[in-house]
Design a protein around this ligand. Structure first.
Ligand SMILES: Cc1ncc(COP(=O)(O)O)c(C=O)c1O
Length: 420
């Protein structure tokens, strides 16, 4: 599709970016965003705000799924990266390293139960890949089960897990081994696991791409019991829900369970360095004791990344941050409840901590609100697998003034969409 008509009123600089990206990198994405009325090219970014290179200022409620949990370019994390650059680089992944060791220890100390060993990867997807291989090695079984509405990444194995439209598109769904189960349906899970040939149940603690639906209060306790009964390992993918976003460091802690493995990523690197991590019990990670090179990644556990992650975890777990999350959890909810009472179109609020999804009374309502909010100066992404919902991801270090500004924009967008 020619894009000229869409970009003619933009600055020469922005036109050049869009043309180059369209020509050399992402033709369909450029066309899709232009067609949707979101012609964003991000320039300046600071705290929980981003600016389009033509100047449009936006509050960031997308935060890239938690990547900017601490905000863009958090000054202490930027300083940590710069200080790290004075002596460190990526490091050599074949050898032990001071910062990598420190970060593994910190993750083990801050994870509940017997979660102990960490394998670092350059992304969340790759951490899930390693988890799948680990589960197969530990159980001697091949099958991997995940929720049919879950997203666990786009690399080989992780892409085949959960919602698998994209995996099928690329002929990589491996459907005999990668099976789906409905979310929050304990009987369906029992049926799936009782054949005792499933290596791993991978759960996205709250399925983000489906708009963070909450499970029944006792669902995960029952999931844990079924996994124990049938010898299936349990993995919590905390890439979006971890790092204090749920009010606890890891969202599964809200449900009183300890998985055999958990995966984190995104915010772990403070949005400054790509970091993924698989944390697992000693028993499950026993291969690490016999096969030092069972997983090798040049960039996984980069020393610079670990150095930044140490600071990110320190800020994330500080008592003041935990108190702020508790406060925002209530403050933002009160503001949203008031709006919901006044706009029937705004028909649902899902929430755990500062993880919110807003539901609208139209099958494309989340998408409509995403575009309307963009025009008002707030960027929040619709839920890709259920476009009635808008993911509304508040940063853990935000404050009341930031929430008030967002609530005003939400009201303006609701007025626009309701009257159109
Ligand atoms: C829940 C979840 N798991 C895994 C991933 C994959 O992480 P990455 O994009 O770092 O590979 C994502 C990314 O959005 C995610 O949301």
């Amino acid at each position: 599709m020619p894009i000229d008509a869409h970009i003619k009123n933009m600055s020469a600089r922005k036109q050049a970016v869009l043309r180059t990206s369209h020509e050399y990198g992402m033709p369909n994405r450029v066309e899709t965003w232009l067609g949707a009325g979101v012609p964003m090219v991000i320039g300046r970014r600071e705290g929980y705000r981003i600016w389009d290179i033509d100047g449009h200022e936006l509050q960031d409620f997308h935060i890239n799924g938690g990547t900017y949990n601490l905000g863009h370019r958090h000054p202490e994390c930027v300083a940590q990266l710069i200080q790290g650059l004075e002596t460190l680089d990526v490091g050599n992944h074949h050898f032990p390293s001071e910062v990598r060791g420190k970060l593994s220890k910190m993750l083990a100390e801050r994870a509940p139960g017997d979660l102990h060993y960490t394998v670092f990867t350059p992304s969340g997807s790759e951490a899930n890949d390693v988890a799948i291989k680990t589960a197969r090695k530990a159980t001697g079984r091949r099958k991997i089960v995940a929720f049919d509405i879950a997203y666990h990444g786009h690399s080989g194995f992780s892409g085949a897990v959960g919602e698998n439209t994209n995996a099928k598109y690329f002929g990589s769904a491996f459907e005999q081994d990668f099976l789906q189960v409905p979310y929050n349906d304990i009987d369906a899970l029992d049926t799936m696991l009782k054949s005792e040939d499933v290596a791993l149940l991978m759960v996205e603690t709250l399925p983000a791409t489906f708009g963070f639906p909450l499970p029944d209060a006792d669902y995960y306790a029952q999931v844990r019991q079924l996994c124990d009964r049938y010898g299936t390992l349990l993995l919590a993918d905390e890439v979006q829900t971890g790092m204090m976003r749920s009010g606890k460091l890891w969202a599964f802690e809200n449900y009183g369970i300890v998985p055999d493995m958990m995966v984190t990523g995104k915010g772990l690197g403070a949005g400054l360095y790509p970091m993924g991590a698989l944390v697992m019990s000693k028993k499950v990670g026993a291969w690490l004791e016999e096969n030092g090179w069972g997983y090798v990644s040049t960039f996984g556990g980069s020393e610079l990344g670990c150095h930044v992650a140490l600071k990110a975890l320190e800020i994330t777990t500080a008592q003041s941050t935990q108190d702020n999350v508790a406060d925002l959890t209530i403050y933002m909810r009160q503001g949203l409840d008031k709006l919901r009472a006044r706009y029937p179109f705004f028909c649902d609020i899902r929430q755990l901590g500062v993880i919110f999804a807003l539901g609208f009374d139209d099958k494309m309502g989340g998408m409509q609100m995403s575009v309307a909010l963009y025009q008002e100066g707030l960027w929040a992404m619709f839920a890709g697998y259920d476009r009635r919902y808008l993911q509304f991801k508040l940063g853990i270090l935000a404050n009341h003034a930031f929430c008030d500004e967002a609530l005003n924009k939400l009201e303006a967008a609701l007025q626009n969409v309701s009257s159109s």
